[in-house]
Design a protein around this ligand. Structure first.
Ligand SMILES: [Zn+2]
Length: 314
């Protein structure tokens, strides 16, 4: 009798547990096609968690006649394995090349896994340098979040990075260009241009749907220089580092215009001898960007950091 009354509750609880434990990566790992040959995985817009396995950024992959080009390799060995499996739902070809667009943990900590599987890692020297410089710190922070899920991950910057600011390379039958035009979210962030597909993988140079973040090591002017180069390429498709792929207008509205508004506002404050808190208060509300996820947590801090950056590097 007791069992019969409790049964619906038990079924409900079991169902709830099943839904909650459904792997958050499953939905992230559904490849989204941008063109016939270009796909991307849209990472979570949230911060890094055990559940999203720090897959809170976008990765892309491109089908060539001779293998797959992966752009950025994910935050861990385990995620890299899952990325490889997910690419396998689209093509039987192996990942033969990995391009790194940046140096933040989730852009490159899967390199070692793909290198072991025979892929060549391609990055500019300035990107690889930043990877080496931040590797220990990024791994330590990830360790706190991912715990057992970080097991087996090894930091491996590109072993033979390219000493140039622009690097054009043909992989299979597809042309790629790595373009450095200014330090942005991190020093050495690059755009990956795929001219024949009218597509740019913008990495951390473009954030859509969510608020971007300026860090103490970010460079707002370099970031805007990089954004200007993206505009000059006039891509049909922009795959941002975070958020859904879109066109250039949306990239301008949610990243380029935002950075410019902060830059102009902070310079105005510095010219008027405003104190840090006065500038932050004056720019505290920018209704145009209020719809971006994490606006509340990040916007004031971004103004704050831009002020400090521009004050010490006038
Ligand atoms: Zn990022």
């Amino acid at each position: 009798m007791l069992l019969r009354t409790l049964l619906p509750a038990v079924v409900f609880i079991l169902l709830f547990v099943a839904i909650v434990s459904a792997d958050e990566l499953d939905s992230i790992l559904e490849p989204i096609s941008v063109t016939e040959r270009v796909y991307y995985f849209k990472g979570s817009l949230d911060g890094r968690t055990y559940e999203n396995q720090a897959f809170n950024n976008n990765l892309a992959f491109v089908l060539t006649n001779d293998g797959v080009v992966l752009i950025d390799s994910g935050p861990s060995r385990k995620v890299a394995e899952r990325v490889e499996q997910a690419i396998g739902t689209v093509t039987d070809m192996p990942v033969r090349w990995v391009i790194n667009s940046g140096s933040q943990d989730h852009r490159w900590l899967g390199n070692h896994y793909f290198a072991e599987r025979g892929a060549e890692i391609i990055a500019l020297a300035r990107t690889a340098e930043t990877q080496s410089r931040f590797a220990e710190q990024h791994l330590a922070r990830l360790e706190n979040v991912l715990r057992d899920r970080l097991a087996g991950t090894r930091a491996m910057p590109a072993p033979e990075p390219v000493e140039a600011d622009r690097h054009a390379v043909e992989l299979g039958d597809v042309r790629f260009e790595l373009i450095f035009a200014g330090d942005a979210h991190f020093p050495g962030d690059v755009l990956v241009h795929i001219p024949d597909e009218g597509t740019v993988f913008a990495g951390d140079v473009v954030y859509l749907d969510r608020m971007l973040g300026l860090h103490p090591w970010s460079d707002i002017r370099g970031w805007l220089d990089s954004f200007a180069v993206l505009e000059a390429l006039e891509p049909e498709h922009v795959i941002p580092g975070h958020g859904a792929a879109a066109d250039l207008d949306k990239a301008r509205a949610e990243t380029g215009d935002y950075l410019q508004a902060i830059l102009d506002g902070v310079i105005e404050g510095l010219d008027d001898w405003e104190q840090l808190n006065e500038t932050v208060d004056r720019l505290a509300d920018m209704p145009r960007f209020r719809h971006l996820v994490h606006y509340e947590e990040w916007h004031r801090m971004n103004v704050n950091r831009a002020y400090l950056d521009l004050e010490s590097n006038p």
